[in-house]
Design a protein around this ligand. Structure first.
Ligand code: 0L1
Ligand code: MG
Length: 266
């Protein structure tokens, strides 16, 4: 048991190294084929400890593989979750490529919680009651694995490809519109590259929050007040490169704009 814990911690440290240095790595299942999904989530938890030791703060959760298309691409039929820390949030309008390997971006809806959300059988009503507000968001995913190629166990261990995220400047009440009918369009350098509706996220983004609470409950965790939750990609993710200009429109919820630069301009 002791040996296995050390091994998982070492894997978490390896992943942390590749995340912070922006260098790709072999899949962890190549060196450790015996890993289970449970081990992979434990690696995530150990990775979180590495990040906190570096001075990061945990600020939320992300849900991944929330569309049928993405689940098929990894050969699973359920979503996964990952952990968000404050250093992942981009608060300017520039995505620096420093520390990134092969980033892709996808539009999402973020929930910000005001109450703890805990349990295996929650309803949409429970989620709305515990929600402070929602925000348009763009997630930057960046697998640490060579060629963005992985199994379920690899991607869970790699914190569900979490890398960076943008939240809009404006928060909204979730009660005035139907998030499943929200149309999102993504433009890269003026060209429409993706579009979709909120229903792409498990039928409705609120279901993603219910599912997250359920998955966390199974391992004795809950969603704490103040946490941000990225509920999952509304469209396919698109690759971004130095010099790209991104605009993502979220119907009446406004838009998020940013450009992509090799080095951060401070
Ligand atoms: O946020 C996501 O849906 C990504 C989950 C991990 C799979 C990927 O990196 O495409
Ligand atoms: Mg995502």
């Amino acid at each position: 048991m002791e040996t296995k814990t050390i091994t998982l911690k070492q894997i978490a440290e390896q992943i942390d190294h590749h995340q912070t240095s922006g260098t790709d790595m072999d899949k962890v299942t190549i060196q450790s084929p015996e890993l289970s999904v449970k081990d992979a989530y434990e690696i995530q938890q150990l990775w979180e400890q590495c990040a906190i030791k570096r001075g990061d703060q945990k600020i939320g959760w992300k849900m991944g593989l929330t569309s049928v298309a993405k689940q098929r691409s990894v050969g699973v039929n359920e979503p996964i979750y990952g952990r968000l820390t404050n250093s992942m949030e981009v608060t300017s309008n520039t995505l620096s490529l420093k520390g990134l390997i092969h980033p892709r971006v996808e539009p999402e809806i973020a929930f910000v919680m005001k109450e703890e959300l805990k349990g295996e059988q929650l309803t949409a009503r429970d989620v709305w009651k515990a929600t402070e507000f929602i925000m348009p968001a763009v997630e930057v995913i960046d697998s640490r694995y060579k060629n963005f190629s992985f199994t379920l166990i690899d991607v869970v261990a790699d914190n569900a490809s979490s890398s960076r995220f943008f939240l809009s400047d404006q928060a909204f009440s979730p009660f005035q519109s139907s998030l499943d009918k929200l149309e999102v369009i993504m433009y890269r350098n003026g060209e429409k590259v993706q579009s979709g509706f909120g229903s792409a996220v498990l039928g409705h983004p609120v279901k993603s929050v219910i599912e997250l609470a359920k998955m966390l409950h199974q391992v004795g965790l809950s969603i704490q007040p103040g946490m941000v939750i990225l509920t999952g990609g509304i469209t396919e993710a698109v690759n971004v490169f130095d010099g790209d200009e991104l605009k993502v429109t979220f119907d009446s919820f406004g838009e998020i704009n940013f450009d992509v630069k090799k080095e951060k301009e401070d």
